[in-house]
Design a protein around this ligand. Sequence first.
Ligand SMILES: O=C(O)C1=C[C@@H](OP(=O)(O)O)[C@@H](O)[C@H](O)C1
Ligand SMILES: C=C(OP(=O)(O)O)C(=O)O
Length: 473
Amino acid sequence: MDIRRTGIKSGRALPQGMGAVKEPPPMQASTSQQDQASPRRFLPSGPLRGRIRVAGDKSISHRSVMLGALAVGETRVTGLLEGEDVMATAAAMRAMGAQVDKVGDEWRIHGVGVGGLLQPQTALDMGNSGTSTRLLMGLLASHAITATFTGDASLSKRPMGRVIEPLSRIGAQFTPSPGGRLPLMMTGANVPVPIEYRLPVASAQVKSAVLLAGLNTAGITTVIEPVPTRDHSERMLRGFGAELEVEEVGGERVITVRGEADLRPQTIEVPGDPSSAAFFMVAATIVEGSDLVIENVGLNPTRAGLVEVLRQMGAQIEELHRRDVGGEPVADLRVRHAPLTGIEVDPAVAPSMIDEFPVLFVAAALAQGRTVTRGLEELRVKESDRIAAMAAALTAAGARVEETEDGLIVDGTGGEPLRGTSNARVKTHLDHRIAMAMAVAGLASKDGVEVDDTRPIATSFPAFEPLLDGARA
Ligand SMILES: O=C(O)C1=C[C@@H](OP(=O)(O)O)[C@@H](O)[C@H](O)C1
Ligand SMILES: C=C(OP(=O)(O)O)C(=O)O
């Protein structure tokens, strides 16, 4: 199947095709959201039971498409996440010359080779996806082409200065909107310069942007990571044949990549996304009588923080059939209902569960006693300000929550259901994780929880609602 014909729920206009356009396209905001919001009330639930399989890992899916598009030959990918974010990456890679097609259950990618990206003839519509935007800016930074990036209302508020800064040092030029935001136009360097860059924020996206720029930069590009973040780029770049080294020096990770790399096509099996499994881990934990197996969940240590934190709170999560899938540790998780106790969450664990805090706050709202989280400033620059959005949504549902500068303090019910939202709708702010977290809160409430818009769920986990409805049928 050609990606232009896959079912993209928002009806987003994705850039299509190639052409002989010399001028970069005009800067304009993306018109990517459907006009009508799609509200839904998530009602109290009976136990979650049986076996489910969540969607493919979003981070690995993005990187499979990007690296496949840079390898010469055919990369084959199974288990690719077919969410809107990954489809935005696929469309952008096609617009720059790669072939990305679905044949049966498999995605086939024919790459252009490192250095071979072509100038896109239309703006690259990144939709809601920060990962697509920042990693592609990295790729483009060392290709002498000009491109315009646009995004939806949420993405257009997110900071891009964090990648503009190192990529400018490599030699790329940027014309962003005020505040270093989208829409943004960039021109990659003619002769990119290898840099050594110490990450000022714990961000796998910034790390990956610099490493990807390094692929087409003669010499050695170095990223120093004081706090480890998800390491899929490092694992996959090695898998594709790049010369990449990781060393521990004085407690920091020093990552080097040798430029003018030749990438070899791969066969990739994408494991299930732990960030999607998280909603079901918490749902089965807080709904009485639940006993659910979530199959094929990626448990890369740089991603598995939530499992550890939930266990510290008293959750019963068993790892069955531990194995390796595509170079990543994977297991089936058996999750049974268990009473939770509030804890102080170690801020050091934050990068390994950065997308899981919205649903952790829901677990905390049902726990006995107080849960304190700190060091979560990064949550304020995701698809929404996730600290403020979850404080408002949980308060509307009857939870006791206090917002601090860098976290939430949650006083749990001790297992009693939340009141729910009888005549209000919680605001999701175009943020898929707020929508799914509050759906889970609805299961453990008296009146249910109504979320104002379920459309953003399709960015990362299109099958979330049918899976949830099926598990509690
Ligand atoms: O590299 C990636 O695939 C991602 C990195 C994280 O973002 P940051 O790098 O901004 O922390 C995460 O929140 C995002 O969902 C995916
Ligand atoms: C932050 C997220 O994604 P992105 O930055 O790719 O928009 C997320 O999926 O929670």
